[in-house]
Design a protein around this ligand. Structure first.
Ligand code: ARG
Length: 401
């Protein structure tokens, strides 16, 4: 029996049912939470008595995924069914349109908190490594060519900076997901005297049409993945025989089914691969929403798989990368050899001439000529990137670790 069986006679064709049936089980606890908020509004309006509210509270807390039935159209109808006679009262003054938006907003808030916690855990691994390798020399690269000498700690702090912006982005997305669509009903509220939730959205049409909070979340996930992908690409490079900066830990590397010598950076590669998918989820939903007239349209049902899968990928990728990076065996000799390439000090040589009053462009030309002629003499290295150990300490303080 559907929620709308009073209107449509007869059964849906099985192939139509199979197509329409929502894959939204992950939303269940959030829809229970949203339903409880709505029950409290009904109670405040005198439309549920104390006993009914107590019953609803207790029943909603006990509902689990095991209670779902293949005959449920979606979690919303499942909850109504599971509440029994109370379920027949509880939909007064709401619609699945404000219901699903409410539940999805609660879901995204949790997903943001989970992403932040997973980023923080990975950040703690990076900061521990940055602390240990604050003074380990390595070359910095531009255009993937050796550029200037830095330390591994300094490079790792660049990864930390990206992640710190991600944490801030997820906090922003969370705040965007907090306003409540409850009370918007299908699109234009209700005639019942229900109190508005304290954080109610201002406009009922917007409340049920808006999916910016999902787009924001998918954007935050895509950007996080782009960062993780760049980190992954570097890990792949560092683990090659050509770079040889690090060996992958066996707890986070895979072998080949054919070539006995291989140790493959699957975790990093898969992270890079999932980045394409994360970007696709964002562009997919942007395309879905783009042509929709306000307010709710069933096209919007496509938004949830994107969040469910993103949430899972974010957590899994960060967990696996933390293990990979935490177990890296660095080859400090190879790093130092790469960093002691004398040509890394060509800019220092030009700047030494500038200190003697030579215009920079002339200094650049002089040094370039000596490099071309093979007569370049590196100067004594001078400090150029500041106190990395102090920068690590400051980052640890910001990250609370
Ligand atoms: N399963 C729907 C969704 O995911 C729930 C809302 C359905 N509303 C409706 N009027 N059909 O968006």
């Amino acid at each position: 029996m559907t929620l709308w069986s009073g209107r449509v006679e007869g059964e849906l064709a099985p192939e139509v049912w199979a197509f329409l049936k929502a894959e939204d089980a992950e939303l269940l606890p959030y829809d229970c939470a949203g339903t409880l908020l709505h029950a409290q509004r009904l109670h405040a309006a005198g439309l549920l008595d104390d006993d009914e509210l107590a019953q609803a509270t207790q029943k909603l807390a006990a509902i689990t995924a095991d209670d779902l039935d293949p005959a449920d159209e979606d979690v919303h109808s499942a909850i109504e069914r599971l509440l029994g006679p109370l379920g027949r009262k509880i939909h007064a003054g709401r619609s699945r349109n404000d219901q699903v938006a409410t539940a999805h907003r609660l879901y995204v808030q949790d997903a943001c908190d989970e992403a932040s916690a997973a980023i923080r855990a990975f950040g703690a691994v990076l900061l521990a490594l940055a602390e240990a390798e604050a003074d380990t020399p390595m070359p910095a690269y531009t255009h993937l060519q050796r550029a200037l000498p830095i330390t591994l700690g300094h490079h790792l702090l660049a990864w930390v900076e990206m992640l710190e912006r991600d944490v801030a982005r997820f906090a922003f997305v969370r705040s965007q997901a907090e306003p409540s669509p409850l009370g918007a009903g299908a699109v234009a509220g209700s005639t019942l005297p229900l109190p508005a939730p304290p954080n109610a959205m201002r406009n009922t049409v917007d409340a049920v049409a808006d999916r910016d909070f999902v787009l924001d979340y998918l954007y935050a996930c895509a950007t996080l993945f782009v960062h993780l992908s760049r980190v992954s690409e570097e890990l792949c490079l560092w683990a090659t025989s050509e770079f040889g900066f690090a060996r992958l830990p066996e707890s986070a590397a895979t072998g080949s089914s054919m070539m006995p010598q291989k140790l493959n950076p699957d975790v990093a590669e898969l992270t890079r691969g999932k980045t394409g998918t994360a970007i696709g989820r964002l562009t997919g939903l942007l395309a879905t929403v783009k042509g929709l007239p306000l307010a709710y349209n069933s096209d919007l049902a496509e938004d949830k798989q994107a969040t469910f899968r993103s949430r899972r990928d974010v957590k899994l990728a960060l967990g696996a990368l933390a293990t990979l990076v935490g177990g890296l065996e660095l080859d400090r000799g190879r790093l130092a050899a790469a960093a002691s390439d004398p040509l890394l000090l060509a800019t220092d040589a030009a700047e030494a001439l500038v200190r003697e009053g030579v215009p920079f462009r002339d200094a650049h030309e002089q040094v370039a000529a000596s490099v071309r002629a093979g007569t370049f003499e590196p100067p004594e290295p001078s400090p150029r990137i500041g106190d990395v150990a102090a920068a690590v300490r400051a980052a640890k303080e910001r990250w609370g670790c």
